[in-house]
Design a protein around this ligand. Sequence first.
Ligand code: GDP
Ligand code: MG
Length: 182
Amino acid sequence: FGKVKTGQPAAAAGPNSSPAECNLVLLGMMGSGKSALTVKFLTKRFISEYDPLLEDVYTSEQMVDQQPVTVRVMDTCDQDGPANIERYLSWASVFVVVYSIDSMESFKRCQPYLHMLSLRGKTPIILLGNKLDMDPYRQVSQREAEDLASCFSCVFFEVSACLDFLSVQHVFFEAVRRVRRG
Ligand code: GDP
Ligand code: MG
């Protein structure tokens, strides 16, 4: 998959057009699995060790509902929570806020992101619980995640970056659909 440098604004699509581009920004605590999800979506593979400080934008051409779309995924690593947000706020067409279902701490870290994003605009947001394969060690119930999602009018999914590809792909495709709906 191809890389492009961060910070390049994408050509903005008009509010009423069906954008053929989707700039997706992954946010959330370090270790929640943002890079593993990115790699899974782009390569169908689970890469267990990934440089935790690596932050990049990956571009891929996808077909979603028989329509082509250029999906750019910005895999962030915000070590101190939602600081330095300006670099992705204007770029993003959709946000995916990730936590790990076996880490209450990672779930709690979603709240400042959701709060900050909800103050800053109407860009769609997806709340994503990762590491569903760790269900026996679950610390975050589906119910409390649904409640948090509804507080911020966002949708909520649970997936695992190391299980089936289609569930992970579904989340990214839903992000594209939300961008298309405008
Ligand atoms: P990031 O800091 O949010 O980018 O997190 P990474 O993608 O680097 O993942 C952090 C750690 O969690 C790594 O050791 C991954 O192998 C592991 N990991 C990521 N996704 C999953 C998952 O779905 N299930 C399990 N069991 N481990 C995962
Ligand atoms: Mg990472």
